[in-house]
Design a protein around this ligand. Structure first.
Ligand code: FBP
Length: 260
């Protein structure tokens, strides 16, 4: 495994990224029922919880809010993203550079690729300077690897998710975030396929406490390095209670039953 030195992203060899790029990816409809969270201060505040090893946000939120939270939040700069108003073949352009993110004093870089789309060659080529520049700045890289496109018939199948996890290793990330491939055994295969790359579970849409925590427990059991979770934390009425439970399951080896 590529050592990460004293990166704040890792605690007891595990990682919990609070993902909050949804304002770009899906817009304000994601905040239905929790409209107060449209204020990014509420999310930065949440990211000060001990369970959160990094907060993933885009350029605008980093520029505007991160300066007030720098002492208490580790920031993962999500460099690319696109709205769901775009109806073309999935593609995600970056709107800030690693150099600029480093100037803002971030702790890590995040980047999305969509393997399988028509623009896959461009996406891989776009990622190349990002990856190399992150290495120059000694910033860990988390790759959101989401297979899409016409050739991907079942984007959560065993082989497709294992392929996504493997691509992280091959393209030079430190963490690769994948969607759940429908079973614990399939996730184990993805972790094995990624060899020394750290696989992170992508949280998914909001589930019940039990359903989500059992999913996390299963993933931790098969060697996942942690999670990058958005809606299952910040869409909850009480996100702090969920973060308390996740802290025990992710970092302390507790089971879902233990914490519920
Ligand atoms: P969730 O935990 O809310 O699923 O967030 C993970 C994430 O990768 C976000 O970072 C991103 O906004 C979203 O999922 C994109 O997922 P999709 O492209 O499937 O809508």
């Amino acid at each position: 495994m590529r050592p990460l030195g004293d990166s704040p992203l890792v605690r007891n060899d595990k990682t919990l990224v609070l993902a909050h790029d949804h304002g770009v990816e899906h817009g304000p409809k994601q905040f239905a029922g929790v409209e107060e969270r449209l204020d990014p201060n509420t999310i930065f505040e949440m990211a000060t919880h001990d369970a959160v090893t990094a907060l993933a946000v885009g350029k605008g939120l980093t520029e505007t809010y991160y300066p007030s939270y720098k002492d208490d939040v580790n920031l993962l700069a999500k460099l690319n993203g696109g709205s769901d108003l775009w109806m073309g073949d999935p593609y995600s352009a970056h709107n800030w550079t690693v150099d600029y993110a480093a100037e803002l004093d971030v702790d890590a870089i995040g980047y999305t690729i969509y393997p399988g789309v028509n623009k896959e060659p461009e996406m891989f080529e776009d990622f190349r300077p990002v990856q190399e520049s992150a290495r120059d700045h000694d910033l860990p890289i988390a790759l959101w690897a989401y297979p899409r496109g016409q050739a991907v018939k079942e984007h959560r199948s065993k082989e497709i998710i294992a392929y996504a996890a493997r691509l992280g290793l091959e393209l030079g990330s430190d963490f690769t975030k994948v969607k759940y491939p429908r079973s614990k055994e399939n996730m184990e295969y993805a972790v094995k396929s990624a060899a020394d790359n750290r696989v992170l579970l992508s949280g998914g849409s909001k589930a019940s406490d039990r359903e989500f925590l059992e999913l996390v427990e299963d993933c931790m059991d098969v060697g996942v390095a942690g999670l990058a979770v958005g809606r299952n934390v910040w869409q909850r009425e009480n996100p702090y209670e969920m973060l308390d439970m996740l802290e025990a399951v992710v970092f302390e080896g507790a089971s879902a039953d233990d914490v519920l």
